[in-house]
Design a protein around this ligand. Structure first.
Ligand code: TXA
Ligand code: MG
Length: 337
């Protein structure tokens, strides 16, 4: 099959995507091409998870280190058996409760999944997305779909089709534009290969919900042990070009004024308006609580960058519910320079 023209965009209704658009995108995937598509968390850059050649194109397009494994997306819970050689009872409980949704499970890899997909690991990360476009696409493709976030490696994850084009443009064969992603931060990655579930990456499904479902506490990975088990956490992440400073609600006004008085142009991402007006201040005040803050996070980092801010100040949030994922992303963005 001839490769479709690079960089094409198809607009789709996020609730009821046109079957022709989905069929077209599924054809591209089956032919070994790359399709960017919306999920409930962020946009994914999809390829046939069972084809080492197709997957190699993902790494090349993103500039992603070869040992950083991909998440494999399935269209049905039963499909987990195609990609995992074992599904422990704990994993089954979580699947029943939270799939489809923003939960990724790390399981023992089935030999049909190439090592290229899992970054050389003998485990595979699997998730069933709930976004109607993602679900329809994975089902129509008829093959599990490997999809990391559709950004250049190191950049904030894309929550709109424009972000995908900004970062990857011509490297993608087709972009399904289904509008902004509802959650705005990536899925929660949980390693269920051992006796105690370990959260390798906090995300759109709160840790508290997992603990409630299992009736036990889960570990949240940290330090060198996390770096060993979750290769992705080793790399530079979520970084706007401008340095990022995290400030508590109480410090916000002082930190922003201080930077302005140094003559800097300042970007601000906050839930509470510190009430400062200045020609060198670009403020993104997000109303609507933590959900809205998570939803806006990556878009705001990209926008403030584009507007030429020399430093970005982000308001810290409590590390509860979605707040754990938000603070994880902010800390990585702040640390990565
Ligand atoms: O919400 C999401 O998860 C999005 C959408 C597109 O589904 N995908 C996503 O993929 O965020 P990516 O590649 O940006 O992040 C995947 C994370 C990385 O931190 C990676 O290291 C980890 O999952 N991961 C993947 N496979 C793994 C494995 N076998 N063992 C441990 N960690 C794994
Ligand atoms: Mg990513």
């Amino acid at each position: 099959m001839p490769r479709p023209t690079a960089g094409r965009v198809l607009k789709v209704d996020p609730e009821r995507p046109a079957p022709e658009a989905i069929a077209e995108a599924a054809r591209v995937l089956r032919a070994g091409g790359l399709v960017a598509f919306p999920t409930e968390t962020v946009y994914g850059l999809g390829a046939d998870a069972l084809s080492a050649e197709a997957v190699a194109r993902i790494y090349a397009a993103k500039g992603r280190p070869a040992d950083n494994p991909l998440i494999v997306h399935v269209g049905d819970p039963e499909e987990v058996w195609r990609v995992a050689r074992e599904v422990p009872p704990l994993a089954r409980r979580l699947m029943e409760r939270f799939w489809p949704g923003p939960l990724t499970l790390v399981l023992p890899r089935s030999p049909v999944v190439p090592l290229a997909t899992t970054g050389g690991l003998d485990t595979v990360a699997v998730r069933m997305p709930s976004h109607p476009v993602a679900l329809a696409l994975v089902r129509e493709a008829g093959t599990p779909v490997a999809a990391p976030s559709a950004n250049r490696s190191g950049r904030p994850s894309p929550t709109r089709a424009e972000h995908v084009l900004e970062d990857l443009g011509e490297a993608v064969d087709l972009v399904l534009d289904g509008g902004p992603c509802p959650v705005g931060v990536e899925s929660t990655v949980v390693d269920v290969t051992g006796p105690v579930p370990v959260v390798l990456r906090p995300g759109g499904l709160p840790r508290e919900a997992i603990e409630e479902a299992l009736g036990r506490s889960v570990q949240v990975g940290a330090g060198p042990e996390l770096a060993r088990r979750s290769p992705g956490t080793r790399y530079r992440h979520y970084a706007p070009s401008a340095p990022l400073v995290i400030a508590s609600t109480n410090e916000l006004a002082a930190v922003v004024s201080g930077l302005l008085s140094q003559g800097k142009s300042v970007g601000l991402l906050a839930m509470h308006d510190p009430g400062i007006r200045h020609e060198r201040l670009r403020a993104r005040i997000v109303e609507g609580g933590l959900r809205a803050y998570a939803h806006e996070l990556f878009d705001a980092l990209r926008a403030l960058d584009r507007e030429g801010c020399q430093v970005i100040v982000a308001e810290a949030v409590e590390e509860r519910g979605l707040g754990l994922a938000v603070m994880d992303r902010l800390r990585r963005a702040a640390a990565s320079r």
